[in-house]
Design a protein around this ligand. Structure first.
Ligand code: UTP
Length: 476
């Protein structure tokens, strides 16, 4: 009888992927087991399907633009929206929060290659004075919201194999950034092997497959597979507030957003910002044949991106900023891949660290293979009653993506300072700034002091002795 390892080798050979075991004879027992562990994670049928459709097929991945329309959205009161539904939404959202129906969820499994920071991205220092890491900012926002609504808001964090242990340790070393450890739950996302242009699975070492995380869209199946969805259901959670690890401005707990989502019976809701200019590199909320979808900037022809309506406003104006709410039952359905409602994979041609026929490491100078990823917004066409609301960019979105230039630590620091400056000015404090609203000094307001302008005004009012605004001031 064949042992388990031999059976595995046999299955890979039959699937045309026997090269994964090319160095088997040179491996010791532990290395063999390590390789087999990687292999057991691989769904060979899935890989075969991905190779046939995304690697060997001549057909270019393209989006069907036929019948594409701009998606409707609920305009923000500051941009002409009717304030009354926003008030109603807020009440509904607040009631759901007080009833403990909302969980926070961060996707933090990415590799953060553009930022080039050594460590989980959530540990990257972002605040202007104290250099608090992204995770600390989120933790304080979650704590502040919990105190406001009299509940302990659970926080789920998706990691990947590469950063899971480092993420956990960072939380332990930082005493969970002031949260109750019981409140925070980590789980790792799935992985898919990278392949060469012939569809052969690549090795990262003699006993290691070149595995890569399955994209932020992998979060839906990871929520199910890890048991997080079951835990949420047991705890009476109905709404998952999804955000990315790189955006410290995000309003993680936003009662109006939650309210609209619940009032409309939406299974997946999203925030949009009006695009700043036609070529801005964000996805566009659209509809086609009655379903909502996001069309990436790279998939929409320039002529379409430049179209304007009668008022001269961009037609496809609704830019996606990767902030969503999910109904727990919807995640359960999509994440289990039932009703043939599973997310598609996309291909990304990349330089993949691998080994050559002799087992020596190769650092390719040009792309040598394909990675497969799912995108979270691909869940939209499956969602019932999807809602899009407008948000103010300056109050919700300033990601740290690149080491320099746009969406970098520098722009994010400036956006945090501009936001706090607006709050101070609203309270009647004089702040000297340049034309963009950026002050010449650094200071910092912790979410525990105030997490919105409204909260700031209330808190500021209660201070008998108002601190002078000066370089290095920290309101905590
Ligand atoms: P990005 O698209 O910015 O990718 O992820 P990235 O991997 O972090 O950075 P680059 O492209 O290598 O520079 C957006 C969000 O989705 C998460 C990231 O952690 C980030 O919060 N993500 C991305 C995952 O959780 N898993 C993935 O497989 C990919």
């Amino acid at each position: 009888m064949m042992d388990r390892q031999e059976q595995l080798k046999e299955r890979f050979a039959q699937a045309g992927q026997g090269q994964v075991f090319a160095f088997w004879e040179q491996l010791g027992p532990e290395q063999r087991e390590a390789l087999c562990r990687d292999c057991r994670e691989i769904d060979l049928e899935e890989v075969d399907r991905l190779v046939r459709t995304l690697v060997l097929s001549e057909a270019e991945e393209s989006v069907d633009l036929e019948g594409l329309e701009p998606a409707p959205y609920i305009p923000h009161p500051e941009h002409g929206g009717d304030p009354q539904p926003w008030e109603q939404a807020r009440e509904t959202g607040e009631a759901a929060l007080r009833a403990g129906k909302v969980a926070a969820f961060t996707v933090a499994g990415g590799q953060g290659t553009r930022l080039g920071y050594d460590g989980p991205k959530g540990t990257f220092p972002v605040t202007p004075v104290k250099g608090k890491p992204l995770f600390a900012v989120f933790a304080e926002k979650i704590k502040a919201a919990g105190e406001r609504y009299g509940v302990r808001i659970p926080w789920f964090i998706m990691t990947s194999t590469q950063n899971h242990e480092a993420t956990r340790s960072a939380f332990e070393e930082a005493d969970y950034y002031g949260l109750d450890p019981e409140q925070v739950e980590f789980f790792s996302q799935g992985r898919v092997p990278a392949v060469d242009f012939e569809g052969k699975i690549l090795l990262a070492g003699k006993s290691e497959v070149a595995m890569t995380p399955d994209g932020h869209g992998g979060s839906l199946r990871a929520l199910v597979r890890s048991g997080a969805v079951e835990k949420m259901k047991a705890a009476g959670i109905e709404v998952i507030s999804y955000f990315q690890v790189d955006n410290p401005l995000v309003r993680i707990i936003d009662p109006e957003f939650i309210g609209f989502h619940l009032l409309k019976g939406s299974e997946m809701s999203s925030k949009m910002i009006p695009k700043a200019y036609p070529g801005e590199k964000v996805g566009h909320f659209c509809t086609r044949k009655g379903r909502m979808l996001v069309v990436e900037y790279s998939d929409m022809p320039e002529s379409m991106q430049e179209q304007r309506d009668e008022q001269g406003q961009l037609r496809f104006i609704a830019g996606s900023i990767a902030i969503h709410l999910f109904d727990v039952g919807f995640v359960d359905r999509i994440g289990s891949g039932s009703e043939s409602a599973s997310l598609p994979f996309h291909r990304a041609v990349k330089k993949i660290r691998t080994i050559d026929g002799k087992g020596s490491e190769v650092s390719p100078e040009k792309p040598n293979g394909v990675k497969f990823e799912m995108f979270v917004f691909d869940a939209l066409p499956f969602a019932g009653n999807p809602v899009v609301i407008e948000t103010l960019r300056e109050d919700d979105f300033s990601p740290v993506k690149n080491a320099r230039g746009v969406d970098s630590p520098e722009t994010c620091r400036a956006d945090q300072l501009r936001q706090w400056t607006r709050w101070l000015r609203a309270a009647g404090v004089e702040v000297e700034t340049d034309e963009s609203g950026l002050p010449g000094i650094s200071f910092e307001i912790s979410p525990l002091f105030a997490d919105t302008e409204e909260a700031f005004l209330e808190r500021w009012e209660t201070l008998k002795l108002k601190p002078a605004l000066k370089e290095g001031l920290v309101l905590a």
